[in-house]
Design a binder for this molecule. Structure first.
Ligand code: ADP
Ligand code: MG
Length: 767
């Protein structure tokens, strides 16, 4: 009996194979019925008319795409296993495994006409084949081939001599394919592809025999380790020929026409086996109409799901706040500065949405130090003015405490009550705090995720604010929402996320960007430093501390080798304490310490009782110690750029000039150095994020899959930003026109949407 687990958010995830066993499909509605000792699950019999005619035919086509790859001609059990290890289990998987490059094999070139840098097809006769040993003792296998126009040499560097000697014999004729390179005067091809000609056989006959590999632009697939390109190509040809024609376009025809898209089946065929007139370079760069069609299709369904989700939220009724300025005005008067233009603009966006009778789901994005907290507090006061409570959640105790200290200082003066709730709150104190929340005496409740625990009951929650979004899953956001009756939700993140990515990750939230720092900040000076200058770096630290400042020394902590890194960090701390800075006060902070210990150290550092804080990356985003003016980051090359940017944001928080020194290993690769130079050249979080995203790809970018970043099959979020914007526009227009996708013309669209989104569309109210 297969086991199905109930997830923490109350969802039941039924694996695909079990679904098909039960005769269910994603998107089906289920009835749950308690029976003695169990719950019976059965398919809900929909009052909707049954799918007939055209949709039946389409659902058969759909079924076909689920055909296991092992049923394809030429795919035996062994090949099926190799393919499934690479994520190719079904015909559909195969159709969306796109070539990463193409070889132009339309023409046979003469050997004299071979040009370096070009992959070409040519014929000839083997005139020599030998193992060659260089003066330096390196061995390679060399073959010389001749046609009527000239000769060229082939080389193998890792080779099995017996195997090569057997197939490469003088006098044999073949059709060769390979990338031509040039060394000095000599042109050569490394590891060419070969198709041998039998005695007396003509080139034309062989090419006609294998139309998959010759006389056309030929696809070259990724993931072929342990697998011959030629084998995979044959499998793909079979898949494309048999199954691509059955793939139906379900995009609304007017959208497809406006966007100049090809039929989906046509696009699939063309990217795999391009027509005679195709330009392989356009295909490789993703600019052929076939690429555009597939990319648009992928983005469209993503954005349509997001659009409906968002509409699902805005269709709910929520609180319509009014703005009375009862508390916000006095707060502004109290501040020793005025809001920046960006803060004012974002605040206006928030207020507008709070006044609307639907729940707000908004993301405030802004670089470290841009003043998000203050904007959030202003929003909180609007809710308080309306007699509602506000919950503010931070990912760690120390951050929650810092928010509490900042906020309650101001709130005390304007007569708004605040309370801090964390896991370390115990006994009587805790009881009293919870009581104040339940009675509604506490107007602003600040805390860690302790705030969303069952025991915390709000009197009247109107607004939930979540700081540092990417630490909180969507689930927590949902729990916070359940603490009130459709409260507004405001999410703050300091991770600068390139616009296109934000549109996909947080596409169901509306976005406000604070793109301006308060005046008077002195920019942080960033320098890469090599080992040889370590003593100078220590000198800088000494000078700063002599001026009454504090310093951070950061150590990377890589998960797999956590123990040894930890050792490195503690040894470093000891070394610094005993030999380098014997007269200074050092503290250490690492992930293995208990939360209370960490808090203690952080508090001492904030209080100025520690001069140098040696830390692994546990120093959290958002920690504010304005007196710290130097940060030295050891093994900087091991960090992602966005992470370095976040770390660097811990200094430069006061008016004094701050420095960030990136220590790099001597054997820094050219790429790694180029990457680190980005940090020297800019402090613009968005530019850094874009460079980072380009290097690491969206999956790693936020460090967690749980962030809900989709894996794109064909799209590349950086390259295809323009198509994404178009797809979003079209998808949102469809959602606007028919939010439930109930129009007959959208029947297929709706089915396909549900299939692609699985169970992730509850809020949209269409699933
Ligand atoms: P973030 O949370 O966006 O990283 P904070 O809200 O912690 O930034 O703000 C950083 C510092 O800047 C705080 O000390 C805050 O009081 C101050 N600050 C906020 N807004 C302004 C402003 N408009 N002018 C000057 N200082 C500001
Ligand atoms: Mg902050």
């Amino acid at each position: 009996m297969p086991l199905v687990k109930l997830a923490e958010n109350g969802q039941i995830i039924i694996p695909d194979d079990l679904l098909s066993e039960l005769g269910l499909r994603p998107g089906d509605l289920l009835d749950l019925e308690p029976v003695p000792g169990a719950i019976r699950i059965s398919r809900h019999i929909s009052p909707d008319p049954p799918a007939v005619g055209i949709s039946l035919q389409k659902s058969i086509a759909r079924k076909n795409l689920e055909t296991p790859i092992k049923f394809i001609k030429g795919v035996g059990p062994k090949l099926a296993e190799i393919l499934s290890k690479k994520g190719i289990a079904s015909v559909e998987d195969a159709l969306y495994l796109l070539p990463n490059r193409y070889e132009d094999r339309r023409r046979i070139v003469s050997i004299a006409g071979l040009r370096p840098g070009v992959t070409a097809v040519f014929t000839g006769e083997v005139i020599a084949a030998n193992v060659v040993t260089t003066k330096g003792g390196r061995r390679f296998f060399e073959v010389v081939v001749r046609d009527g126009s000239g000769t060229i040499s082939f080389k193998w560097f890792n080779f099995n001599p017996a195997f090569l000697k057997k197939s490469w014999k003088e006098g044999k004729r073949g059709i060769f394919t390979g990338l031509v390179s040039q060394f000095g005067l000599q042109r050569e091809v490394h590891h060419p592809d070969v198709e041998w000609l039998a005695e007396g056989e003509s080139v034309e006959a062989v090419m006609a025999r294998d139309p998959v590999s010759f006389g056309r632009v030929v696809p070259v697939y990724p993931l072929t380790e342990g697998l011959h390109q030629k084998t995979l190509r044959k499998v793909m040809k079979e898949v494309v020929d048999q199954y691509a024609p059955g793939v139906e376009s379900v995009l609304p025809p007017d959208v497809a026409a406006r966007q100049g898209l090809l039929p989906l089946n046509e696009a699939l065929r063309r990217v795999h086996f391009p027509d005679g007139d195709a330009d392989p370079q356009l295909l490789e760069e993703g600019k052929d109409p076939a690429n555009r069609t597939l990319i648009f299709d992928e983005f469209f369904f993503l954005e349509l799901g997001l659009a409906l989700k968002r509409r699902g939220v805005t269709l709910e009724t929520g609180i319509a706040f009014t703005v009375s300025h009862l508390y916000t005005k006095p707060l502004l008067k109290l501040l020793p500065f005025s809001l920046t233009g960006a803060q004012r603009r974002v605040l206006a966006e928030i207020k507008d949405e709070m006044m609307a009778p639907h729940p707000m789901h908004r993301l405030i994005q802004g670089d470290v130090g841009c003043g998000k907290t203050l904007v959030a507090l202003m929003a909180a006061l609007v809710a308080v003015e309306n007699g509602y409570q506000v919950a503010i959640m931070a990912p760690t105790e120390i951050l929650a405490e810092q928010h509490y200290l900042n906020i309650h200082r101001w709130c005390d003066e304007i007569g708004v009550s605040t309370v801090l709730i964390t896991a370390s709150l115990k006994g009587k104190e805790k009881k009293a705090a919870l009581e104040r929340v339940a009675q509604g005496e506490a107007q602003i409740v600040i805390g860690t995720h302790a705030v969303i625990q069952e025991k915390v009951i709000f009197h009247r929650l109107g607004l939930g604010i979540v700081d540092e979004q990417h630490r909180f899953g969507v689930i927590q956001r949902g729990l916070l929402k359940k603490k009130g009756e459709n409260p507004d939700i405001l999410v703050m993140t300091a991770t600068p996320i390139p616009r296109t990515l934000a549109m996909t990750v947080f596409g169901d939230l509306s976005l406000s960007v604070i793109d301006e720092l308060p005046p008077g900040r002195t920019p942080i000076e960033t320098r890469i430093c090599f080992e040889s200058r370590r003593n100078q770096v220590y000198g800088i630290i000494r000078d700063e501390i002599a001026n009454g400042r504090q310093a951070y020394v950061i150590y990377p902590l890589v998960e797999e080798s956590e123990k040894s890194d930890l050792k490195a960090a503690t040894q470093m701390a000891e070394h610094l304490a005993n030999e380098i800075f014997p007269n200074l006060r050092l503290g250490i902070l690492h992930g293995r310490m208990k939360p209370e210990e960490k808090e203690g150290v952080m508090r001492s550092f904030k209080a100025g009782e520690i001069d140098i804080l040696v830390a692994t990356t546990v120093i959290e985003v958002g920690i504010d110690v304005p007196n710290a003016t130097v940060m030295v980051i050891e093994h900087a090359e091991r960090f992602g750029l966005s992470q370095l940017h976040q770390l660097r944001g811990r200094v430069g928080r006061g008016s004094a000039k701050s420095r960030c020194i990136l220590m790099a290993g001597e054997r820094l690769s050219e790429d790694a150095e180029k990457r680190l130079r980005v940090m020297e050249s800019t402090t613009d979080g968005f530019k850094i994020a874009e460079a980072d995203l380009e290097i690491r790809g969206p999956g790693d970018f936020l460090g967690t899959r749980q962030a809900g970043i989709p894996d794109f099959r064909v799209a590349n979020i950086l390259r295809d930003g323009r198509i994404l914007e178009e797809a979003r526009k079209e998808a949102f227009a469809v959602a606007e026109k028919d939010p439930d996708l109930r129009l007959p013309e959208y029947e297929l669209l709706r089915a396909e949407l549900l299939r692609r989104w699985g169970g992730r569309l509850e809020l949209a109210g269409i699933a």
